[in-house]
Write a protein that binds this ligand. Structure first.
Ligand code: ADP
Ligand code: MG
Length: 240
């Protein structure tokens, strides 16, 4: 589903990603873990070209998106993204937040888009909030709307960048539960997270990044009990 080959990314002189090669198969759930500043967000953003790699190649399904000839606007709808700070449209109610892109980008008519949105709101447990504006929602509710909005484009891949890091503790579970059910539905997912319990339970693989290098690609049971690298061991010792 996703293939990455010799990916490098620099911001000016700062080399942030160094020679990352990996593959994420259809239905895989990957938890991306590592210290602050290790390049986790940059890696995720490269996967949908929100950041343009300095060198290397990325394929989404058969399409090499790093080939300048590829129209990224055609590929991007396949990839949903959820951010730490939700990024909902503040001037639109929940329903319009969800229907906006399907109508605008996919040309779906309003009635159909509304129906899809209501079904998705039900899925994330917010069917009674369709007419509410973001400012009236809790953080956990906002994040569930953001997930529903991403799903409305029927993506093949979902990328999450610390989706629960901005939430009050009591709201973390309601968001993780939605992500867990999405994982169980077979969605291909890459999730930057500090929720080690979630990573251990839901992920098929753990990527450990440090200083821009992908140091581990390890099943969670092994990663958390017996990491391959000293660096990962030191990181886990600090946080667990
Ligand atoms: P993480 O998500 O693991 O905390 P990031 O990918 O956000 O790490 O950042 C990795 C490094 O790249 C950091 O040193 C950060 O300051 C730098 N960086 C990230 N985005 C930019 C940018 N747009 N311009 C310059 N430097 C950046
Ligand atoms: Mg980050």
């Amino acid at each position: 589903m996703i293939k990455v080959k010799n990916l490098y990314k620099s911001f000016g002189k700062l080399e942030v990603l160094k020679d990352i090669s990996t593959q994420i198969d259809k239905g895989d759930v990957v938890a991306i873990i590592g210290p602050s500043g290790s390049g986790k967000s940059t890696f995720l953003r490269c996967l949908n070209l929100l950041e343009v790699p300095t060198s290397g190649q990325i394929w989404i399904e058969e399409e090499e998106i790093t080939n300048p000839k590829v129209n990224i606007m055609k590929v991007r709808p396949k990839i949903g993204m959820v951010f730490q700070h939700f990024h909902l449209f503040p001037h639109m109610d929940t329903l319009s937040n969800i229907t906006y892109a399907p109508m605008k980008v996919k040309g779906i008519n309003e009635a159909d888009a509304n129906q899809i949105a209501i079904e998705l709101l039900r899925k994330v447990g917010l069917e009674d909030k369709a007419k509410e504006f973001p400012i009236r929602l809790s953080g956990g509710q906002k994040q569930r709307v953001a997930i529903a909005r991403a799903l409305a484009m029927e993506p093949e891949i979902m990328l999450f960048d610390e989706p629960t890091s901005a939430l009050d503790p009591e709201m973390v579970k309601e968001v993780l539960d939605v992500m867990k059910s999405l994982a169980h539905s077979g969605m291909t997912m890459a999730i930057v997270t500090h929720e080690m319990g979630f990573a251990r339970e839901v992920a098929d693989r753990v990527f450990f990044l440090e200083e821009g290098r992908l140091l581990e690609d390890t099943p969670p049971a092994e990663f958390f009990s017996n990491p391959k690298t000293e660096r990962a061991k030191a990181f886990l010792d600090k946080i667990l």
